[in-house]
Design a protein around this ligand. Structure first.
Ligand SMILES: *[C@@H]1O[C@H](CO)[C@@H](O)[C@H](O)[C@H]1NC(C)=O
Ligand SMILES: *[C@@H]1O[C@H](CO)[C@@H](O)[C@H](O)[C@H]1NC(C)=O
Ligand SMILES: *[C@@H]1O[C@H](CO)[C@@H](O)[C@H](O)[C@H]1NC(C)=O
Ligand SMILES: *[C@@H]1O[C@H](CO)[C@@H](O)[C@H](O)[C@H]1NC(C)=O
Ligand SMILES: [Ca+2]
Length: 572
């Protein structure tokens, strides 16, 4: 329909406004129609009606205008856009100004307007005959007032709210955006991604910048924004028409400030804490990783293995590098890491970009690569003068555990002592060190860092990799070893006729049987001594082989002499 829209007001004003302008100048028109009064029929009233139209409000509505005979003279639907206007300010024909008052959004009214409240006796040339009664089928879409503020309605608040959105915070949230009539125009869910933005610094429409303030993670609220705090007269693209009020249903998932550092919460520190982790330490810990809204993203428990790392050296995200400093063994704490100290704007794996990370950690143990063993003696017998040394044969009991108390192994379960020659590599280096200078009856605790224990590999199924070990040891027996390098020594003088004595049958050759018999006899009579803790026959056999230079299984007097003169370190 072409009504010859005047050029003074883009976009082309709809019929009602145009015609009012024509008649509005004239004196009030007397009612000449058959229906002299305004007639309003409420054809649909929604259950929810938080607000009704008052004079001075701005409204958006659809309408169909007909004559009483049903003939249509105008329709907003044909223009595919609502009619937008202030109510009660004379911008409408008088009947319409009255008919809209009291309407709810989504209400539908059928209105009959007498000519005296419409276009009177003059009508509109070519469109509305004089003295026409006009019928309008009106559906209200939107309503606001220039005095409106942003409205906030919180419908879910989490039990704990340690922090709320402040100006310049960065947030991640989900939202559904609708118009007042409930029509969805946008949703973050359609993109399957949170909306991520700064708040309060103009990245958002003003109403949103304001409406998000004070919100906590987990909170859900409905933010209703009048168009002058949203996209105004112009609207936004094809999705948001001009002068539209917007309703955002918002669920806040994440919140931080770019100035945040990490925060440490929920500390549970064991009573006994002699040492706190420092940069350069190697730490083993369990963790559960979640996002601020509780969404789980990773856990060491699911791998049945601690997470092991050096700390303070850049092997982990900066927030963890810092958060793991100063912990005690056995400590639990929560480390909250803002994204700039975590995985940044990019995120990683199932960690979204710009996400705050929450790590609940449990420290299993830590050590420093420069650590040696530590020995704490708990009991020493009154006479503790004979101290263990390299080469001694030791019988001891032990309980082996991890720093968190997990028992690994115990000789008490085996019902017998563990026996070793000290310094012979029969136990891990840390244990070899930890058993020195100990007297029989002494009880001590030896703590062994992994590089002096089972290393990074650990022992499959028994000792975790990189684990610090705790041995509670009790020394039960000590057999003094021989001087270093000797497997057999004489207690007294060596017989001058040694070869003849060994060569029992006097045939000038010593065979292994003769040799072995002789040595054992010396040991038995206390004249000689074999190194303790080894297989005596093996020692004797080795001694014999050493003497049997040409390897023919017989030692001659010549071979015997040669060997005898040679090294000081020889056994005979
Ligand atoms: C938005 O709509 C989706 C799908 O209907 C719904 O799951 C969600 O709870 C709504 N609200 C928010 C704040 O996302
Ligand atoms: C962790 O251990 C449990 C119980 O021993 C087992 O059922 C599970 O499969 C293990 N998971 C992994 C990843 O090894
Ligand atoms: C991690 O989560 C599991 C399962 O909920 C829980 O048993 C464990 O204590 C948690 N660990 C920490 C360090 O919070
Ligand atoms: C090892 O544990 C057992 C049982 O708990 C205890 O009786 C014993 O004294 C412990 N041994 C050492 C060497 O600590
Ligand atoms: Ca012989």
């Amino acid at each position: 329909m072409a009504f010859g829209a005047p050029s003074w007001r883009p976009p082309p004003p709809p019929l009602l406004l145009l015609l009012l302008w024509v008649t509005g100048q004239a004196a009030p028109v007397a009612g000449l129609g058959s229906d002299a009064e305004l007639h309003i029929e409420r054809r649909f009233v929604p259950d929810e009606c938080p607000r009704t139209v008052r004079s001075g409000d701005f409204v958006r509505y659809h309408y169909v205008g007909t004559f009483p005979d049903g003939q249509k003279f105008d329709s907003s639907y044909d223009r595919d856009s609502t009619f937008n206007v202030f109510v009660g300010k004379g911008q409408l024909i008088a009947g319409m100004d009255q008919a809209l008052v009291g309407m709810c959004v989504n209400e539908r009214r059928f209105v009959k307007i007498p000519p005296k409240l419409a276009y009177g006796s003059e009508g509109v040339s070519g469109v509305i005959p004089p003295n026409s009664v006009l019928h309008f089928d009106v559906l209200l879409m939107d309503i606001w007032n220039s005095e409106d503020q942003v409205q906030i309605h919180t419908y879910f608040k989490p039990p704990s709210c340690p922090r709320t959105i402040q100006v310049s915070d960065f947030v991640r949230y989900h939202y559904n955006g609708t118009f007042l009539d409930g029509t969805l125009f946008d949703s973050s869910h359609n993109r399957m991604k949170t909306y991520d933005t700064y708040v309060g610094i103009g990245w958002l429409i003003p109403g949103m910048d304001k409406g998000l303030l004070g919100m906590c993670v987990g909170e859900k609220r409905i933010i209703t924004i009048p168009p002058f705090l949203a996209y105004g007269e112009e609207g936004d693209g094809k999705d948001i028409p001009g002068q539209a009020s917007l309703v955002f249903d918002v669920a806040l998932l994440d919140l931080h400030n770019p100035k945040d550092s990490i925060s440490i919460e929920n500390k549970v520190v064991p009573e006994n804490c002699e040492r706190r982790s420092q940069s350069g330490d190697f730490l083993r810990y369990h963790y559960n990783g979640t996002l601020l809204d509780g969404t789980f993203f990773d856990s060491s428990y699911s791998r049945n293995r601690t997470f092991d790392t050096y700390i303070g050296q850049g092997y982990v995200i900066p927030g963890m590098d810092e958060g793991l400093l100063g912990v005690c063994i056995g400590e639990k704490r929560r480390i909250v890491v803002p994204p700039h100290l975590g995985y940044g704007e990019e995120g990683r794996g199932n960690i979204p970009g710009s996400a705050v990370l929450v790590f609940d950690i449990h420290v299993i143990d830590f050590h420093n690569p420069s650590d040696s063993i530590s020995i704490t003696s708990h009991y020493k017998p009154p006479d503790c003068s004979v101290l263990s040394k390299k080469g001694d044969y030791l019988k001891y009991h032990y309980n082996a555990s991890l720093l968190d108390g997990t028992l690994l192994d115990s000789t008490w379960n085996l019902g017998k002592t563990y026996n070793i020659v000290l310094g012979s590599g029969q136990v891990v280096l840390g244990m070899d060190m930890g058993l020195r200078e100990m007297c029989v009856g002494e009880k001590r605790t030896v703590i062994i860092p992994p590089h002096l224990g089972y290393g990074e590999a650990g022992v499959d199924g028994e000792v975790p990799g990189s684990a610090v070990l705790v041995f509670d040891v009790e020394l039960l027996e000590l057999v003094a070893g021989l001087p270093e390098g000797y497997m057999f020594i004489w207690n007294g003088e060596v017989s001058p006729n040694l070869f003849e004595e060994i060569d029992k049958d006097g045939n000038g050759e010593v065979v292994l049987e003769e040799f072995s018999e002789y040595i054992h006899a010396q040991v038995a009579s206390g004249k000689g001594k074999l190194a303790p803790g080894f297989d005596a026959d093996m020692i004797v056999k080795n001694m014999f082989t050493n003497q049997d230079r040409n390897g023919d299984g017989k030692v001659t007097a010549e071979e015997f002499k040669l060997k005898d003169q040679e090294a000081k370190h020889d056994e005979l």
